[in-house]
Design a protein around this ligand. Structure first.
Ligand SMILES: Cc1cc2nc3c(=O)[nH]c(=O)nc-3n(C[C@H](O)[C@H](O)[C@H](O)COP(=O)(O)O)c2cc1C
Length: 277
């Protein structure tokens, strides 16, 4: 039996045939359920999603409070687990939110128009070919962002970096002295890693949001690592049994909600002096 197919039942009856795609490497598997793990990239079964035609993400314009971003390559890995904890609390608190796993979205590299001419980089972004324009609109519409990243070489994931590079068109509004879309909003940051580099990673993420005019919630950074002495295959189990990760992640969400509900964004509108590096 090929590894990308499920067996047929003994009665010869065909099981439901769903094409499952590994959101990490693109391996496809046909069967009733996803495989127990990806034979190509060794990802967990939770990375498989039913294959569907890729359609460009569109923001429907419905207002909501919190944009929750899982910046990991794994939609359901350790960073995704932190996003799950955050999402559960947002739900419990009755906060309107939208969650996105960047691994499930098509976001192209920044065209870096800003590097050619400052005026060329403005909102809306010139690249309207992928999911990023919808994210731009949701960044402008939401009151807060909770962003989660794994540590990759002491910094954020490349997916999150690409996402944040693409916010340059919003950041550059301030440089061009145009009305801004993001000042006074709140950010909370969740970092997951194996051994080290969490604070550096969090600060790299924060710096981008700071340049967009976001305020970091007090006690607004949570990070959790396991330890270099352990094989990374034990991380999944470790984090899922760890009380600290739950406490700290929920703390970030609670702190973001508290600041968001003060309504800083409305109060600060038009009063801030944009300053760049
Ligand atoms: C390319 C790469 C670089 C990494 N660099 C670091 C690092 O600098 N510090 C660290 O603590 N963990 C590092 N890790 C480990 C991941 O942060 C860790 O496995 C994390 O739990 C992965 O989250 P995920 O399950 O959401 O992918 C790295 C992993 C990869 C693949």
């Amino acid at each position: 039996m090929p590894e990308n197919q499920d067996p047929v039942t003994s009665a010869g009856e065909q099981k439901a045939r769903i094409t499952w795609r590994c959101a990490v490497c693109g391996f496809e598997f046909t069967g009733e359920k996803p495989p127990r793990g990806c034979p190509v990239c060794h990802s967990h079964a939770d990375e498989f999603i039913p294959e569907k035609e890729r359609v460009r993400l569109v923001y429907d314009g419905e207002p909501f409070d919190v944009l929750l971003i899982n910046g990991s390559t794994h939609r359901a890995g350790n960073t995704g687990y932190m996003a799950d904890i955050a999402e559960a609390l947002l739900k419990d608190r009755g906060i309107t939110y939208r969650r996105f796993n960047l691994a499930e979205h098509h976001i192209e590299y920044c065209w870096c128009c800003y590097s050619v001419r400052a005026e060329s980089c403005t909102f809306p972004c010139r690249n309207q070919n992928d999911d990023m324009p919808a994210f731009h609109h949701m960044l402008a519409a939401s009151k807060a962002v909770i962003v989660a990243s794994p540590i990759n070489w002491n910094s954020m994931s490349v997916r999150l970096k690409t996402f944040l590079d693409r916010t340059t068109c919003m950041e550059n509004l301030y440089h061009l002295e145009k009305p801004g879309l993001t000042e006074g909003k709140v950010v909370g940051i969740l970092i997951n890693g194996h051994e080290d580099g969490a604070i550096k990673t969090a600060m790299d993420v924060f710096f981008n949001f700071q340049q967009l005019g976001y305020v970091l919630a007090p006690f607004g950074i949570a990070f959790r690592t396991h330890g270099a002495q352990f094989n990374s295959k034990t991380d999944r189990e470790f984090f899922r049994a760890d009380e600290q990760i739950v406490h700290d992640t929920r703390g970030i969400v609670a702190n973001v909600i508290e600041v968001m509900q003060i309504g800083l964004e409305e109060r600060l509108k038009g009063k801030l002096v944009p300053v760049s590096e």
